[in-house]
Design a protein around this ligand. Structure first.
Ligand code: C2O
Ligand code: CU
Ligand code: CU
Length: 565
């Protein structure tokens, strides 16, 4: 008790200190909508502090990318252009889509390459995000600032009286922290940063209208967890989890979010006066052992000025209500039909185990199997319902995430599943000494070649091999006859602006096309290309190029040459 109030005392001083600090206006990411999205990844810089600019990387900007607005039912097409000085990947976290479009560690995008995944949006209205996922480089590329929000809209959400004016009463908040070295470069010598950043803005403040406001909060840290609340300890309402709205708003005063988790919350500023201020606070002091960021040290390998204290995440100023303000809380939201333990026909168990100790060693693994890119850990039947039970009898907490699906948490050995995490989830906090079970159904996208990932979302853990992969396999389909792939021709050849592909067998399906130049640099990566419109080669330098076409039935690759004039 003495210790607790002592810590609270310290954190109040810290918050009092930071109110005197200069606040910066919160950056609200631009939005992109429609069905074609152009994302340009670039190395760039931001003036965060006096002196040198900080080298960052961004998508269509300098730190953190545009918010992509998708409508459920649309087919969305991505043109991902990698102008970084490094290979990368781009993963659509939480989206249900074919593995070959998923942007995991297998879909590497070399420098100078365009990757064109596309898929039909089937997810429910919620808040998702996209981020790099290159094996062993995820932490570095997140550190530089690559990522962005995805907001999915659907008719059920649109029918509700909820705040949804983006940037006015519906605000996306990407929470992270950063430390700087002596020349103002970002440093991750500790994965816990010293300074709070929201949407890339350090010490942010935002004007919010005197009415119900919706905050879409994402933890996009390298390692830290957040235990969020407001500075007056007011009640607020969780309305959505990672994958969709809850059945009804759930009142809370605190919400914990680990890396990758999202919470949509409503906060009622209608009871405040215009001119009032309020802080969104990380009540991170005195957390349980294993909570990332509960370490007491301010410096050293896991040190941070923000460790084990309560600190301001964002300052808010209450302004006049808008016309059409939402002034009441909906009593119910959507009606979800969740999976239960009884639906599961297959049980999978996963144990968190020690990685390889010693210098250069890796901290954690699953089932004593360090991640290997070429090894498929699990082969799941198409349309099968699985109960996954993950046990963590290791030394630290983790943020467990699985690609492709949304699941329902059904049990925690540490106590009941909280009502605020009772909806569709793709990521959850796995406490130390805890066993957690969830149920998921693996529908739609069978592909025996390209896997989906499951992993800890704490960046150094994931890069360190705390990751596994599964394929969704149509185990009922008749084995493919190992015939020779059919042939194709490229025309016109030589080409000027567009090339077209003529398949000699019109029934042939194309799994993948890669185009490389004469020195082997990848120009295009086209998963399951829609070939009718041709392929734009107008920006290619004159010369010889190679098209590698993978036939879907045989997965064999045929290479053809063409000339750009
Ligand atoms: Cu946020 Cu494997 O992803
Ligand atoms: Cu993911
Ligand atoms: Cu972990």
């Amino acid at each position: 008790m003495m210790i607790k109030s002592f810590l609270t005392g310290i954190s109040l001083c810290f918050m009092a200190g930071s109110t005197q600090a200069q606040y910066n206006t919160l950056h609200i990411p631009d939005t992109l909508s429609g069905t074609t999205f152009n994302l340009n990844m670039r190395d760039t810089f931001v003036q965060y502090r006096p002196g040198n600019q900080t080298i960052t990387a961004g998508i269509n900007g300098t730190f953190w990318g545009p918010t992509l607005i998708f409508n459920q039912g649309d087919s969305v097409h991505m043109n991902v252009h990698n102008y970084l000085n490094d290979t990368t990947t781009l993963h659509w976290h939480g989206m249900h889509l074919p593995a070959v479009m998923d942007g995991g560690p297998h879909q590497t995008i070399p420098t100078g390459t365009v990757w064109q995944p596309y898929w039909k949006v089937t997810n429910n209205a919620s808040t998702f995000w996209y981020h790099p996922h290159l094996h062993m480089k995820t932490e570095m590329q997140l550190l530089q600032g690559i990522g962005g929000f995805i907001i999915v809209r659907d008719p059920a959400e649109a029918a509700l009286a909820l705040p949804r004016t983006y940037g006015v009463d519906d605000i996306p908040l990407a929470l992270t922290s950063r430390s700087f070295d002596a020349s103002n470069a970002f440093t991750n010598t500790s994965p816990y940063g010293d300074y709070m950043l929201v949407n890339g803005t350090m010490n942010p403040q935002v004007n919010l209208p005197k009415q119900y406001v919706r905050l879409r909060i994402l933890n996009v840290e390298l390692e830290r967890g957040y235990n969020l609340g407001f500075s007056d300890n007011r009640t607020f309402w969780v309305i959505g989890n990672d994958g969709g709205l809850l059945d009804a708003p759930v009142p809370v005063t605190r919400v914990k979010l680990l890396i990758g988790e999202r919470a949509e919350i409503l906060v009622n500023l209608g009871t405040s006066a215009v001119g009032d201020t309020l802080n969104l606070v990380a009540y991170n002091a005195g957390q349980e052992f294993g909570f990332p960021g509960s370490e007491p040290n301010a410096t050293g390998p896991f040190g941070s000025l923000l460790n084990n204290i309560n600190f301001t995440v964002m300052h808010m100023n209450v302004t006049a209500a808008t016309t059409g303000a939402i002034t009441s809380l909906p009593t119910s939201l959507v009606s979800n039909t969740y999976l239960t333990a009884a639906d599961a026909t297959v049980l999978d168990t996963i144990k968190v185990t020690q990685g390889t100790p010693g210098p250069g060693g890796l901290p954690f693994s699953f089932d004593n199997t360090p991640f290997v890119l070429s090894y498929i850990n699990k082969d799941l039947g198409l349309n099968s319902v699985h109960e996954w039970t993950v046990t963590n009898n290791n030394v630290f907490g983790h943020s467990f995430h699985i690609h492709d699906i949304q699941f329902k948490l059904i049990s925690r050995s540490s106590g009941p599943v909280a009502s605020y995490e009772s909806g569709w989830k793709d990521t959850y906090y796995l406490h130390v000494n805890e066993t957690v079970s969830f149920v998921a159904k693996f529908t739609d996208y069978a592909d025996p070649i390209h896997p989906f990932m499951y992993h800890c979302h704490i960046a150094p853990h994931e890069d360190g091999g705390m990751m596994g992969q599964f394929v969704v396999d149509d185990q009922t389909s008749v084995a493919q006859i190992q015939k020779e792939p059919s042939d194709f021709t490229i025309y016109p050849n030589p080409a000027n602006t567009r090339i077209y592909v003529a398949l000699s067998d019109p029934a042939m399906q194309v799994y993948y096309i890669t185009i490389t130049n004469s020195i082997g640099r990848t120009m295009y990566m086209l998963p399951r290309p829609q070939l009718a419109g041709g392929i734009d080669v107008s920006y290619f330098a004159p010369g010889t190029y190679f098209m590698q076409l993978t036939d879907d039935a045989t997965k064999k690759v045929i290479t053809k040459k063409f000339v750009k004039e």
